[in-house]
Design a protein around this ligand. Structure first.
Ligand SMILES: [Zn+2]
Length: 77
């Protein structure tokens, strides 16, 4: 039986580790009881650059602008 990552349970040694390695999960070099993904998670807390957050906000504002005229639209016959 192989060793499993103590954090996420991914196989890091043995037969299943070879299959996990294809998916990019390998035994951590720093902690042999963890996979490289959990290891990088704990090692680098502030590594990911912030994704563009303004885009959803613009979409929301555009939605509001589209809805606003509908409400105020006077009924003309
Ligand atoms: Zn893990």
């Amino acid at each position: 039986m192989g060793t499993k990552c103590k954090k996420c349970g991914a196989p890091i040694t043995g037969f299943w580790a070879k299959i996990a390695a294809i998916a990019g999960v390998k035994q951590s070099l720093k902690d042999p009881e963890m996979c490289n993904k959990c290891d990088s998670e704990t090692a680098t807390p502030v590594a990911t650059p912030v994704a563009p957050v303004e885009q959803p906000k613009d979409l929301f504002e555009a939605e509001v602008k589209l809805e606003a005229p509908k409400v105020e639209e006077p009924k003309q016959e």
